[in-house]
Structures are given as C-alpha cells and as structure tokens.
Design a protein around this ligand. Structure first.
Ligand SMILES: Cc1cc2nc3c(=O)[nH]c(=O)nc-3n(C[C@H](O)[C@H](O)[C@H](O)COP(=O)(O)O)c2cc1C
Length: 163
C-alpha cells in the first residue's frame, strides 16, 4: 500500500503532525510520500481566506497512491484556503481512500476542528474519494506531542486495517 500525505502548514505544527503520521505509517509497513504545499498569494505571508487567492506552485498527483491524507491548520473554524485549493484541483482522487487531519489552537475539537475535518471530507467526496475518519490535535491545555503520537498511531492502524 502507498500513501501520500499532502500538507499545508504555516508555522510547522501541522507538518510535525504529518511527520508523526508518516513515521507511524512506515512502522505499519506502508510506503509514504510527504508533500508540503507551496504557494503564492497576493497577501504575502499573512493568512487569508479566499481560495481564489491561492496560486499553488505544485499540485501533487494522487493517482499513484491508494490512500491520500490531507493535513491543514484550522483557520477561522475552516481548513485553510491552501489545502482547499489543493483538494479542488487534485487529479487522481477518485476512488481513493481519504483521511483528513488538522491541528488547532483552541482546546476542544468541537471549536472548529470537527467542522474543518468535515469540510475537507466534503471536498474530497466531490472528487470521488471515499472519506474515512480523520484526526485532530489541539494545542491549548494539552500535551501536544503525546496527542500527536497517539493520533498518529491510531490513524496508521486504521489505514492498515482499511478502517
Ligand atoms: C489566521 C488564523 C486563524 C486561526 N483560527 C483558528 C480557529 O478557528 N480555531 C483554532 O482552534 N485555531 C485557530 N488558529 C490556530 C491554528 O489552527 C494553530 O495554531 C495551528 O496548529 C497552526 O498550524 P501550523 O503551525 O501548521 O501553521 C488560527 C491560526 C491562524 C493563523
């Protein structure tokens, strides 16, 4: 089995979570490739909300993979416009198993995390992907590293077991 992890991360937290997931997948014997999205926007380094302002430098092709994982920070209770732009433009998502993952600042998944995961699943489904339960980690009031480790092991096991 081959999995692609496609990630947007502004300050590195979502990338760290993606790397923990990648390691856990490899421990389960799953081949992985990690793509960190790069883009231009009229807003420079500032966060923004409109997908139309995202000019992706590269759009990873999903065709060679059995399973696609997409990672995003939560921005204003949503996935970032960068990961949304990737999902809308991605080729080869049809029929693929799709797992979203997010990182967020607020302490409860219900405060934007669940909504962001669902939004990613919903776009992936419009591209013909079959979506599975994603994972969220929260920064405030928790041990982030422990959360990442446990969520990474959980998602890797589910991917291995087709669940
Ligand atoms: C513009 C902006 C909006 C954000 N909105 C939310 C939010 O709605 N809910 C939340 O829990 N965290 C929010 N955060 C915090 C980020 O989701 C969190 O810090 C995340 O881990 C950053 O990921 P990164 O390091 O991969 O960029 C926001 C951060 C930024 C910059």
């Amino acid at each position: 089995m081959k999995a692609a992890l496609v990630i947007h991360s502004k300050t590195g937290t979502t990338l760290a979570f993606g790397k923990a997931i990648e390691q856990a997948l490899q421990k389960e014997g799953i081949e992985t490739e990690l793509f960190l999205l790069e883009f231009d926007s009229p807003h420079g380094e500032d966060p923004f909300s409109e997908e139309k302002d995202v000019i992706l430098k590269d759009i990873p092709d999903c065709l060679p993979y059995d399973c696609i994982l997409a990672g995003s920070p939560v921005w204003a209770f949503s996935p970032t416009p960068v990961i949304r732009a990737f999902l809308r433009k991605a080729k080869g998502l049809s029929g693929k198993r799709f797992y979203p993952f997010i990182t967020m600042g607020l302490p409860f998944k219900g405060w934007g995390g669940t909504r962001a995961l669902r939004a990613m699943e919903s776009i992936a489904r419009t591209k013909g992907a079959v979506s599975f339960k994603g994972e969220a980690v929260m920064k405030r009031g928790r041990n982030l590293e422990k959360q990442m480790q446990s969520a990474a092991e959980g998602i890797a096991k589910r991917i291995k077991n087709n669940a």
